[in-house]
Design a binder for this molecule. Structure first.
Ligand SMILES: [Zn+2]
Length: 62
């Protein structure tokens, strides 16, 4: 099911699509994660490109 936002049609990414690093433009078949801190519930990780080590973002695993 498509979602419309501000005139854009937002759909699920195809399974075969592999994201690219915004800095080095290489395919991210692997993404590094590093534990940032551990609050009461769960843990937060930072994600990095394994090729150029740029910071990609924050997130939760598990
Ligand atoms: Zn990179």
């Amino acid at each position: 099911m498509a979602t419309y936002y501000d005139g854009a049609n937002i759909i699920k990414v195809p399974k075969e699509a592999i994201p690219r690093c915004p800095k080095c433009d290489r395919r991210l078949e692997t993404i590094w994660s590093k534990n940032q801190w551990k609050p009461i519930r769960g843990s937060r990780d930072i994600f990095m490109c394994p090729h150029c080590e740029v910071f990609l973002g924050y997130g939760f695993i598990g």
